[in-house]
Design a protein around this ligand. Structure first.
Ligand code: NAD
Length: 367
């Protein structure tokens, strides 16, 4: 691999290789774009088979964060970090504190958070070395579980999609197929049932299905969810669920859910458009988690978080407007919206006075 060519191709500002022999740390921090603000993105720990695989993952994920923050209207850029290692056996205090020191050395250009393979205890160690962490424990002024907010944000995306398809946003008039009834899916089901909507549900975990059936939902098998006769399909489990096999089965009119990377490829996004389905781009719909942690910069409060989630309605609506304006599918319009915002702010050529984030209300110490 030609390192600089790879970084150049993915348009990254900075890629930091972090190594500490005594802690056994091998990590990469990727800062994709800081035009809008400091690069925020989670820390992932994964037993990557090769260093190249780790680099590709961190480059891809950090780029995605730039787009997500830009469409969400946040003053944040995109970043990500990965530790090469097995989360079940390679974790230690020294490992996370070493990484924390590297993050601190970036002086606020990169802000980390929890991601795959990392838990709140690991973040406690990182937090001992740097303030540039969000999603810390609530006793430190952190924002806590983002899932109810992500679900509420997903509901805003659904309303914007209903408005586009049917010209109204009366959630209870329509039917839904929710795939995955975990942290986000279950909260979404509750919101939909509060509106008396007809909801079909599926999950590979029977207990999760049962508690939704108790709320009045109809259970279907994991394979049958794609052919349910419902207006809205809401993927809240896995990625790549809109693919060559599932697409021909769809009777849905709208796809809007919280899962990441719902489209198996760009062609599937085009095909949805050809078939007249409304696709609400996943990263605009599920930005609730990112919005929620971003509030920690100014002192977390739930009311602000709820208000911010409502902006997802406008963000998704704007994507549809751009799709109409430029005659392009919605998945492409989302990227365009991000790029236009970054370009517009990047061209200001006015001094950035830097509204410092101070994390009011956050304290270190035992809990
Ligand atoms: P979760 O792990 O709590 O729930 C996922 C659920 O999907 C589980 O109940 C699991 O049993 C079920 N599932 C797995 N495979 C399935 C299958 N084949 N068919 C049906 N169900 C299946 O995860 P979550 O926090 O609810 O997140 C759901 C999705 O939303 C994920 O893709 C996640 O990346 C994305 N997301 C979550 C948040 C958040 O705030 N939690 C924010 C942004 C994006």
């Amino acid at each position: 691999m030609n390192l600089f060519e790879t970084i150049h191709a993915s348009e990254h500002e900075q890629v930091v290789f972090c190594h500490n022999k005594s802690a056994g740390l091998k990590a990469i921090i990727a800062i994709h774009n800081t035009t809008l603000g400091p690069a925020l993105g989670g820390l992932r720990m994964w037993p990557y088979a090769t260093e190249e695989e780790a680099l590709n993952d961190v480059l891809r994920l950090s780029r995605g964060m730039t787009y997500k923050a830009a469409v969400a209207g946040l003053n944040l850029g995109g970043g990500k970090s990965v530790i090469i290692g097995d989360p079940s056996k390679d974790k230690s205090e020294a490992l996370f504190r070493a990484l924390g020191r590297f993050i601190e050395s970036l002086n606020g250009r990169y802000i980390t958070a929890e991601d795959v393979g990392i838990d709140v205890n690991d973040m406690e160690y990182v937090f001992q070395e740097t303030d540039n962490v969000v999603g810390v424990h609530q006793v430190h002024g952190g924002s806590g579980d983002p899932s109810p907010f992500t679900a509420y944000g997903t509901l805003q995306g659904i309303k914007a999609s209903l408005q586009r398809k049917f010209g109204d946003e009366e959630v209870g008039r329509y039917s839904y197929a929710v795939q995955g009834l975990g942290h986000v899916g279950y909260e979404l089901v509750k919101l939909l049932r509060n509106e008396n909507a007809k909801v079909f549900v599926t999950d590979i975990n029977q207990e999760s299905v049962d508690r939704c059936v108790e709320l009045g939902c109809e259970a279907v098998s994991a394979d049958d969810i794609y052919q349910v006769d419902a207006d809205v399909f809401s993927p809240c489990a896995l990625g790549a669920v809109v693919n060559e096999n599932t697409l021909p089965q769809f009777k849905f009119k709208i796809i809007c859910g919280a899962s990441n990377n719902q489209l198996a490829n760009d062609e599937c996004g085009d095909e949805l458009e050809n078939r007249g389905l409304i696709y609400a781009p996943d990263y605009a719909v599920n930005a609730g988690g990112l919005m929620n942690v971003s509030i920690e910069f100014e002192g977390y409060n739930k009311e602000r978080a709820t208000r911010m989630m409502r902006t997802i309605y406008y963000n998704v609506s704007k994507i549809f407007q751009i799709a109409d304006r430029d005659g392009i599918p919605s998945w492409k319009a989302a990227d365009r919206m991000a790029e236009e915002r970054i370009r517009a702010i990047g061209q200001l050529k006015l001094p950035f006075m830097g509204r410092a984030h101070r994390f009011p209300g956050r304290e270190r110490g035992n809990h």
